[in-house]
Design a protein around this ligand. Structure first.
Ligand code: GDP
Ligand code: CA
Length: 328
């Protein structure tokens, strides 16, 4: 039986929706059958948002993906578990423990306690993630990009702070000057990450934050070089539609690194592979069709398609479009 290996670089919520669509598309088009082709999806996930809070290791992007693929996520709120309560968090606040502005739901805390237990018993984050995701039958292998604690720090005029403090507490209201990945120079990719890239048949960049999701993945030593040398085509999906972020505050991250909030500028930031960059192809929204011709000189084959992931169907269509660009 042939196996098609698809590796996706992913952040949290945008990446989770894309992965759910990709899994759906592949289940529809490649149902397992004798002698048929099966697909294997591996997500290489950002860990820059991770932190220790109240003695627990929190990994927001891994968990957003896990809950979404498990169908256990809160669709309305956009993050966390469905049917969540916050009784434990209220107790922690009463004791003055943790960050009052960062609520940990009770069910979510179960995940963090389990993860912290595994880490304290000596497992690496990638091993702890394998144990935790095994419960849910996700149909996607989740690999943290690194087992090392490489947390994103935001340098602002108001001081340097953890990414979560800037993003969740300050809602990106204080201007970011730059992003730093603490201890990144000594970090190593988690086991399986480089193999997932070099052994892939197709590599996709989810429509995730180009700076603090995909950017942090690319910052782990060895990842970028392995992408550049990979034999598989690399196709990116724009997280920017009509010059605006769809959800979240990615524009505040892009301006900190001097990149315009446009589908075209993000593609040029990743760069065309022909000129030492990363992208063979780039998917933009139909409203950004102008970018298709503009990106041709950079050697980035672009295609305009609907990029809004409104539901499972639209996310699956988007994933199908990304895969067909990879096949070209
Ligand atoms: P986070 O870690 O939870 O911030 O999630 P990601 O980094 O994976 O994705 C965040 C990005 O997803 C945002 O910058 C949005 O611009 C993008 N995004 C969210 N929803 C959509 C959508 O429906 N379509 C597209 N193309 N991008 C989206
Ligand atoms: Ca994130």
């Amino acid at each position: 039986m042939d196996t098609v290996k698809i590796t996706v670089l992913s952040g949290g919520v945008g990446g989770a929706r894309f992965l759910r669509g990709l899994r759906h598309h592949l289940r529809e088009t490649l149902p397992d059958g004798d002698g048929g082709t099966t697909a294997e999806i591996t997500a290489v996930v950002n860990t820059g948002d991770d932190m220790w809070l109240s003695s627990l290791r929190i990994t927001p992007d891994l968990d957003s993906i896990m809950y979404t693929l498990a169908g256990a996520n809160d669709e309305v709120r956009g993050w966390g578990r469905i049917g969540e309560t916050e009784r434990v968090s209220a107790e922690l606040n009463a004791y003055g423990v943790g960050w009052p502005w960062f609520t940990l739901g009770d069910l979510d805390l179960g995940t963090h306690i389990a993860r912290s237990h595994f880490l304290r018993s000596g497992l690496a984050l990638s091993e702890a993630t394998a144990r935790i995701t095994a419960r849910w039958n996700l149909g996607v292998t989740l690999l943290p990009v690194t087992d090392d604690e490489v947390e994103t720090q935001v340098v602002t005029d108001d001081g340097t702070m953890h990414f979560q403090e800037w993003w969740t507490r300050r809602r990106a209201s204080v201007t970011a000057r730059r992003f730093e990945q603490r201890n990144v120079h000594t970090a190593r990719p988690a086991p399986g990450v480089l193999e997932a890239i070099s052994g892939a048949d197709a590599i996709l960049f989810a429509p995730s934050n180009p700076v603090v999701s995909i950017g942090t993945i690319l910052g782990i030593p060895g990842v970028r070089a392995t992408l550049v040398g990979a034999s598989a085509p690399i196709v990116g999906v724009s997280p920017i539609i009509s010059g605006a972020v769809v959800r979240g505050m990615a524009d505040a991250c892009l301006s900190a690194i001097g990149v315009q909030t446009s589908a075209e500028a993000v593609a040029l930031h990743y760069g065309g592979r022909r000129s030492g960059g990363l992208l063979d192809a780039w998917l933009v929204d139909e409203s950004d069709a102008d970018a298709v011709a503009a990106l041709a000189p950079a050697g980035i084959t672009s295609f305009a398609a609907p990029l809004w992931m409104r539901d499972l169907e639209t996310s699956a269509r988007l994933a199908a479009d990304a895969l067909s660009l990879a096949r070209r």
